[in-house]
Design a protein around this ligand. Sequence first.
Ligand code: WQD
Length: 318
Amino acid sequence: MTGGAGYIGAHVVRTLLDGGDDVVVLDDLSTGRADRVPQAATLVKGDIGDRDVVRRTVREFAVAGIVHIAAKKQVGESVEQPMLYYRDNVVATQVLLDEAVAAGVGSFVFSSSAATYGMPDVDLVDEDTPTRPLSPYGTTKLVGEWMSRDVAEATGLRVLALRYFNVAGAATPELSDPATLNLIPLVFRELTSGSRPKVFGADYPTPDGTCVRDYIDVRDVAEVHAAGLRQLAADPDGPRFRVYNIGRGEGSSVLEVLDVIGAVTGFDMTPEIVGRRPGDPARIVGGVERVKRDLGWSARYELREMVESAWAGWQQRG
Ligand code: WQD
């Protein structure tokens, strides 16, 4: 798998190892950390856009299936440096797919994102909702889906694209997200530095005026990769390409998340309402029936468990 030294990837590695799979991680450690990869997995330090490294790794380890998670994932950065995103998320994916097909790899699970949808004006976004990404990040994920779909149609490769919604939580404190980019860690940072949590806009057309998202625990996200790989292996004549929303199908507003954070941490959660952040959809919640029906997967962890585990990780940061 690629990106196994990162936040989501490291969780997937553990879940696959627990299920008895052999795991080889290809990761350039640009944002990942070697100490997140357990001894039971093999770590190859290398760039997924480096054809020689990819070719050697896929062949040396006789790779049967690939989980491709390595990517850049910062929406704002992608607006400023789109070419970085096209290189790492599109060009590198092309190299990986090319080498996978050449080596006869059977299965490919691709990390996609709800950012592919943009701002759909629907209550529940299902996989047939039109994709209109609003950032280069979202566009590169959509291109990755299209590329893998087209390759799958033309070859024997079978692909699942997993569109993650808002991933949070951690299996252990050491595995928590080291980046402070998303709502929950950003609020932890404000609280622990003596500031008030910031709410980016309280005048949205939602019940409490704040944006609604579908928060999904990283442990559930890891589980669906294992379920997906199992299914691809068990049903070699199934569809060549499928896309699934990976969420809970339940919306939580920013104020609801703050309430949970207050209950977990004991901090006073009186927020500071600041202006809207450009590009934020009022509501984006995934319809998750398709993945439940096809893979028998649905989320098990609640928002409170995500916040508790993320808080344990935050407190243990060095
Ligand atoms: C959640 C809500 C903010 C911080 C992003 C990417 C998406 C995916 C997940 C990558 C929004 C509000 C936030 C704060 C706030 N990324 N907020 N105060 O934007 O839904 O999704 O991360 O794969 O593609 O777009 O997540 O956690 O940044 O924000 O009020 O201090 O919290 O405005 O409504 P977002 P987020």
